[in-house]
Design a binder for this molecule. Structure first.
Ligand code: HAM
Length: 417
């Protein structure tokens, strides 16, 4: 048996890992500006958590979870988390916040697991960066989350398409559901096999069928069935997004494949990603805290697919600010000692500094400096050491000159501008 990685799982090396970390860093900075605190939740939960929230009719719970039986006496069935929302809601209730201090905003970042058919942008282990807000039923909160996503998009220099919809509430949803059922039954012979099943389990899903696109487009729309309160809520969200300058379209087919949503739902896509183009998705889930045993507290959130965001960055070739790279070349023991000290000083500027192997010849070290794409080589040998100087080689311009140690930081600091 070959010990290779599993299908749908990825090793991320060097630049790929770097882009992923970069987008996470930017998202974390944004959270500080929006006063959203971090939450870290387990990777494993009881299977029932997802069955009761994400829903038994969802593809995630019915076909995609990694589950196993624990070795405890009860033989508890555990699931690797396929999404973050249920765990965050559980943690929120378990900490008693739903009763003591219901208004909370959390973000989380980490791997999720779904046994999907792998393709570009779709993996069996993938990273999500999510935000969940509790205790806010007002439309300003829905709009704020979408503005937050737009701020991240802008910060990363990307173009996204925002699509929003409203699924109504327990008061108006039944009429919409009934209309969809009627419609589905009327067109039963034209529906695909999956839709036959969807019709029985969750007729809303007829709307996001990728095969019966024409039928889905002509199907009843939730927006036509909204009660007065839901209509007002949606109109307010739309008005606030307009005022904040977020460009979006209303798409009646954004129904989402998870069971807990109500009212506002949204998907944010990137045009240059191919089939798996949804980078961010989310919506309101006002009944969920109660369903999982907490107080009736409203909630809303979203999750970013971090690999997809990184792919969008690569496709857009958004230049990322990187520090100039310096290869530090020391010849001999005494020079190596000085170089160790110097490396610290230069990194504090800050610069990217790699101290090359002191066991190699000057020629070999210069070759290495080229290979790692260094902008400068700083060479320090016994003669330079005696003169308290270094040779500064500009690898782009292929020029070299002697610079005193006292002036080196200022010279390289200027290179950063
Ligand atoms: P979701 O639509 O299942 O929603 O996933 C959110 C995002 O995660 C997707 O738009 C996509 O970018 C990424 N994603 C999902 N599956 C994969 C996969 N197999 N490979 C790569 N990326 C993937 C949720 O998970 C909800 N918990 C979002 C939410 C938070 N709603 C309210 N709060």
């Amino acid at each position: 048996m070959e010990l290779t990685r599993l299908k749908g799982f990825q090793d991320l090396l060097g630049p790929q890992a770097r882009t992923l970390s970069h987008v996470e860093e930017r998202a974390r900075l944004l959270m500080e500006r929006y006063a959203v605190g971090e939450i870290r939740i387990p990777l494993l939960e009881r299977i029932e958590l997802y069955q009761r929230s994400t829903g038994e009719t969802s593809d995630i719970v019915s076909k995609q979870m990694y589950t196993f039986t624990d070795r405890d006496e009860a033989g508890t069935t555990l699931a690797l988390r396929p999404e973050g929302t249920p765990g965050v809601v559980r943690a929120y209730i378990e900490a008693g916040l739903d009763r003591s201090d219901p208004e909370q905003r959390f973000f989380y970042s980490g791997p999720m697991f779904r046994r999907e058919r792998p393709q570009k942008g779709r993996y069996r282990q993938f990273y999500q960066f999510g935000v969940e807000v509790f205790g806010r039923a007002d439309p300003a909160c829905d709009a704020e989350l979408l503005v937050m996503i737009d701020d991240l998009r802008r910060d990363l220099g990307l173009e996204f398409q925002f699509e929003i919809n409203s699924l109504g509430c327990p008061k108006c949803r039944p009429a919409f559901r009934a209309a969809l059922l009627d419609y589905g039954r009327l067109h039963f012979m034209e529906l695909c096999r999956d839709c036959h099943e969807r019709l029985e389990r969750n007729p809303l899903r007829l709307l996001d069928c990728k095969i019966d696109v024409k039928l889905a487009e002509a199907a009843p729309k939730s927006l036509d069935y909204l009660c007065e309160e839901c209509r007002k809520h949606f109109a307010s969200v739309v008005g606030m997004l307009d005022a904040a300058g977020v460009r979006f379209v209303v798409n009646a087919r954004i129904v989402r494949g998870l069971d807990y949503y109500m009212r506002t739902t949204f998907e944010v896509t990137s045009t240059n990603l191919g089939a798996q183009n949804a980078v961010v998705a989310g919506g309101r889930y006002d009944g969920l805290v109660e369903v999982l045993g907490g107080a009736p507290v409203p909630g809303i959130g979203f999750a970013i697919g971090m690999e997809r965001l990184a792919l969008a960055m690569e496709a857009a070739r958004t230049p990322r600010e990187t520090l100039p790279r310096v290869a530090l070349i020391a010849l001999g023991e005494a020079a190596a000692r000085k170089a160790t000290e110097l490396a610290r000083e230069l990194r504090a500027l800050p610069l990217q500094v790699e101290l090359l192997s002191t066991e190699r010849s000057l020629k070999a070290q210069l070759k290495r400096a080229d290979k790692i794409g260094a902008n400068y080589a700083v060479i320090i040998g016994p003669d330079e050491l005696a003169r308290a100087a270094v040779q500064l080689r500009d690898l782009g311009a292929s020029s070299q000159r002697e610079v005193s140690l006292a002036k080196l930081a200022a010279e390289l600091g200027a290179a950063r501008q």
